[in-house]
Ligand binder design. Structure first.
Ligand SMILES: Cc1ncc(COP(=O)(O)O)c(C=O)c1O
Length: 257
């Protein structure tokens, strides 16, 4: 996020001197490596930078800094999160040992990590075109959905996410896969969700499930061309999917909300 926010290394000294001059109290350091970061090195580098600012503050005799905010930026995929978590934890122990920083509170602001897995998106195929093999870009089918780049799939543009559809209905057994393009509903040719994507042939009225679409999706979507944004449906997990101590069964009314 350093293009938009924050202080670059070149002005750290100047900023700290100004804080001293104005007799302000610096609480601590905060950083955000950029959302959905999958590179442990980015966190390592940010922590290293933060440690350097702590050193520069101490060099000036400033009161001990008490907050280190390691931001958001954590990915929602379990394996990558675990890898980044282990790396951050190791680096924190090395750079900010509690013996040397007894008053330090380390906080984080994970957004995507908490939100992404809370919502799945359902879309409907409302139109379909089947093309002769020699036409177009090699795709045999074109599907048009009721959500697209101007709606929940804006994350493809802003977040560079890779989305993956699943058929809601099981097609039972081996079904031939055909290369297809999947489009959003607007008039814009740019409104392309997937191209050259291999999947079983769909029909109008089929539903597609897109998992983990709870972060930075419909929130940044628009009603461009008059298409409404995705509607929210809330449900409680069935007891079988929850650990025993949290088990709860949703009433029919709750499920259908
Ligand atoms: C200041 C701040 N903290 C935390 C977050 C959450 O970030 P993320 O969803 O990448 O974890 C954001 C998101 O923009 C932010 O601006």
């Amino acid at each position: 996020m350093s293009l938009k926010f924050g202080a670059s290394r070149e002005i750290w000294d100047q900023l700290l001197d100004l804080i001293v001059e104005l007799k302000l109290q610096l609480a601590g350091i905060s950083f955000h490596v950029g959302s959905g970061c999958k590179d442990p090195e980015s966190f390592e580098k940010a922590l290293q930078d933060a440690r350097e600012v702590f050193r520069l503050a101490a060099e000036r005799g400033m009161p001990e800094l008490t907050v280190l905010d390691i931001g958001g930026g954590f990915p929602c995929e379990k394996e990558t999160f675990a890898e980044i978590g282990a790396c951050v934890s190791q680096k924190l122990t090395r750079l900010f040992p509690s013996a040397a920083f007894p008053a330090l509170r380390i906080i984080a602001e994970p957004g995507r990590f908490f939100a992404a897995n809370t919502a799945h998106l359902l879309t409907k195929v409302y139109a379909k075109a089947k093309l002769p093999a020699q036409e177009g870009n090699g795709d045999v089918c074109r599907y048009y959905l009721n959500d697209g780049l101007y709606g929940s799939f804006n994350c493809i543009i802003y977040d560079h996410v890779t989305v993956k559809p699943e058929l809601l209905e099981d097609r039972h057994g081996a079904v031939k896969e055909l290369p297809c393009s999947i489009f959003g509903p607007t008039c814009d040719g740019f409104d392309v969700i997937l191209e050259k994507y291999l999947m079983p042939e769909l029909d109008e009225g089929d539903w597609l499930l897109w998992r983990n679409m709870g972060a930075y999706t419909s929130a940044a979507g628009s009603k461009f061309n008059g298409f409404p944004k995705a509607k929210n449906w809330y449900y409680r997990l069935a007891s079988a999917e929850l650990p025993e101590d949290q088990s709860t069964t949703a009433s029919d009314e709750e499920r259908s909300r």
